[in-house]
Design a protein around this ligand. Structure first.
Ligand SMILES: C[S@@+](CC[C@H](N)C(=O)[O-])C[C@H]1O[C@@H](n2cnc3c(N)ncnc32)[C@H](O)[C@@H]1O
Length: 392
């Protein structure tokens, strides 16, 4: 088998285009390259126009404009020991964080110096997700570290695009039923085969915990509920009732199961399969009010061209959500679009509040938990905004 670490050749940058790489920004855009990327999938040496070595890059293909993701900078090595060292460092970091959960993000791509690679841990199974096909030749070594050094029983791989493709087992076998994970004191069922993302929205763990602390006695509306994480956290935290809305029947089946696992009563009326926009509009028309509304839609802006329609989507759903919060109640509103920054998100909320003729105040600007580190050199890779607000 060929050595996956062997460099396929050199890529030269255009004059004056090396500054961001020198500052350790992990992304190199096609427009910065003086010539084509050699080879097919192997790493390449990246050099400045004058010949100065800038590091080792992995060819990209996922984003139309992203040409390389930097694996090493300057003269740093990119070899099996480096890859193993970074995986183990990522695992040690999670141990130190005291997450009180057996499901967490073990490797967060750019934030763990492994750009384009995500590894989520669900109890004794790891699920790898590669956002560049060029990671594939490294998977056997990654699987050895996860199974050997970290002692995980199963290692699965899903492609970056999780629409439909079943995961493959690199170690152990693909589970044919649910895996139950704990986020103390909660339990959640995870479908590692058909579930969304790698199976669960691990990035919302600390926000679920926060919701539990402010939900006592509340009637909660959980829009875009997936497997009911926010509702379960709120109910275990003392909420009176929660209504879950999601377009996916499979997601709501998982939500019911999550209620069972946490000894919560399962009432059919609390699980509505439907379009959250329509359901929210109907609730507004029926003059319903809730003490707490959670809005956690899928990413409406996946590429730059989505921005106009995506921002309108965020405004619409937040307008309905704000209308549904009783005066003095709470709103947790989220956006997982990395291409929508805090400033834009704030403007959308201001527009929605103005249209609803309500006062909206942000109490906490929250995001993903600490198992999702973000490199300061690459703030564009920040994805989740989860703002806890009060509505008057
Ligand atoms: C970001 S996830 C929600 C994660 C969830 N809050 C959690 O903590 O696990 C977005 C969810 O929106 C659902 N969805 C997508 N479009 C929808 C729509 N138009 N109406 C209702 N749900 C939708 C998806 O099925 C998915 O479960």
């Amino acid at each position: 088998m060929s050595d996956p670490f062997a460099c396929a050749g050199d890529v030269r940058l255009k004059p004056g285009r090396e500054a961001s790489v020198v500052r350790r920004h992990p992304w190199v855009y096609r427009g910065a390259l003086a010539g084509p990327v050699p080879g097919s999938m192997g790493p390449v040496r990246v050099v400045a126009a004058g010949g100065r070595p800038l590091g080792i890059g992995l060819p990209g293909g996922s984003g139309r404009s992203l040409a390389l993701r930097m694996l090493a900078f300057g003269e740093e090595p990119w070899d099996a020991a480096t890859l193993r060292g970074r995986l183990l460092a990522a695992a040690r970091l999670r141990e130190r964080l005291g997450l009180e959960a057996d499901a967490f993000r073990l490797v967060h791509a750019e934030g763990d110096d492994l750009p384009g690679l995500v590894i989520d841990r669900y109890s004794t199974t790891a699920v790898c997700q590669v956002f560049e096909r060029a990671w594939e030749p490294f998977l056997p070594l990654i699987s050895d570290v996860l199974g050997g050094d970290l002692g995980l029983a199963g290692v699965l791989v899903r492609s970056g695009d999780t629409t439909g493709e079943a995961p493959a087992a690199l170690r152990g076998s693909v589970p044919d039923g649910e895996v139950v994970v704990r986020e103390e004191p909660l339990r959640f069922p995870v479908d590692l085969v058909r579930g969304q993302k790698t199976g669960f929205f691990l990035d919302q763990r600390e926000n679920r915990r926060r919701v539990a602390t402010v939900a006592r006695g509340a009637r909660l509306l959980n829009l875009f509920s997936y497997s009911g994480g926010f509702a379960v956290a709120a109910l275990v935290g003392g909420a009176e009732r929660a209504l879950n809305v999601d377009a996916s029947e499979a997601a709501l089946a998982l939500a019911r199961r999550a209620y069972e696992l946490n000894a919560l009563p399962v009432r059919d009326a609390d699980f509505v399969v439907g379009d959250a926009f329509r359901v929210a509009r109907a609730l507004v028309a029926a003059e319903e009010r809730f003490d707490f509304v959670v809005v956690d839609p899928p990413a409406f802006v996946k590429r730059k061209s989505d921005i106009g329609a995506g921002l309108r989507g965020y405004k619409d759903i937040n307008l309905h959500a704000i209308q549904l919060v009783r005066s003095g109640g709470l709103l947790l509103t989220c956006s997982c679009s990395a291409l929508v920054d805090e400033l834009q998100f704030g403007r959308v909320l201001a527009d929605a509040a103005a249209d609803a003729r309500r006062r909206l105040s942000v109490l906490e600007r929250r995001g993903a938990g600490p198992d999702h580190p973000v490199s300061v050199q690459c703030p564009e890779s920040t994805h989740l905004k989860a703002w806890l607000c009060t509505v008057n």
